[in-house]
Design a binder for this molecule. Structure first.
Ligand SMILES: O=C(O)C(=O)C[C@]1(C(=O)O)C=C[C@@H](O)C=C1
Length: 267
């Protein structure tokens, strides 16, 4: 199976993708990945959705609501960052904005004077560091070699650092089988108690929510849509009934069932 993920080779997304596909190709934009899968150009896309330190990857959330794809699996992987450079002397640290943020305390304590440069991915930062001795990168330590040394390991602010990825497929390939499900709700309405009503559809059926995230619709200030993950599969009647109830509540808006899926842990 062929999957597309965030590149170039050596990203954490690449590590997650190669666990689910034999053939991995790269793009430097999460939005472009989701769009390519929605158009049927790739069987699978692997995109970061949430990190245990920095929270949601908002570009992914927005791409999931803008393009019609299904979620067929989630991959959770520990994120253990290293500082990589040609020598101990450098002025710039280049990495993905999430990775820079996950190492904030280390950078402030050890390198308070360096310039932080956000690039498209951790592996893109590695390429800069390979080309330019004044640049260090934050990335997985396997990217070392060819003159790039590991200056420090495990530099993330918390040892438990982990990122969750979604494996997305063209919309028709979503499935009801799996222990977790994700829906996106655009209520197209705003009144006191609306969110409470939506969440009660799950609470009343004893369904545990594992994540609720609101994102601006982009239409008007104060208009939100909600990404809801819950611990039940859409093959289960009580889960379908909960989502049907949500659909009834938001009859002015829409609900997208991204599908049900299981979790794979990749180290
Ligand atoms: O740049 C990478 O290596 C990625 O795969 C992206 C990404 C992210 O967007 O969160 C994935 C895992 C880590 O949390 C840091 C960066």
């Amino acid at each position: 199976m062929e999957a597309i993920t965030l590149g170039p080779a050596g990203t954490y997304s690449h590590r997650a993708a190669r666990a689910v596909a034999d053939d991995v190709t790269f793009s430097e934009s999460v939005t472009a990945i989701v769009e390519a899968v929605a158009k049927g150009e790739y069987h699978r896309g692997v995109v970061p959705i949430e990190n245990s330190i920095e929270g949601s990857v908002t570009e992914t959330l927005d791409a999931l609501s803008n393009y019609d794809v299904g979620v067929v699996e989630e991959v959770v992987t520990p994120i253990r960052h290293a500082l990589l450079a040609q020598s101990e002397t450098f002025d710039v640290v280049a990495s993905h904005s999430q990775a820079l943020a996950q190492c904030r305390s280390f950078l402030e304590a050890e390198y308070p004077d360096v310039t932080l440069e956000a690039v498209a991915s951790t592996a893109r930062g590695v390429e800069h560091a390979r080309e330019d001795a004044s640049v260090a990168a934050i990335a997985h330590p396997d990217n070392a070699g060819d003159d790039l040394q590991v200056l420090a390991e495990d530099i993330q602010d918390r040892d438990s650092n982990a990122t969750r990825f979604f494996v997305v497929a063209p919309a028709g390939e979503g499935t009801d089988a799996g222990g977790k499900s994700t829906i996106i709700v655009n209520p197209n309405a705003n009144y006191p108690g609306l969110l409470l009503e939506l969440l009660e559809a799950f609470a009343d059926r004893d369904i545990n929510l594992s994540r609720v995230e609101s994102r601006p619709t982009g239409d008007r200030l104060g208009d939100y849509l909600f990404h809801i993950d819950f611990e039940a599969g859409l093959y289960e009647r009580h889960a379908r009934e909960a989502v049907d109830e949500v659909e009834g509540i938001v009859d002015e808006g829409w609900v997208r069932r991204l599908g049900s899926y299981d979790t794979r842990h990749v180290v």
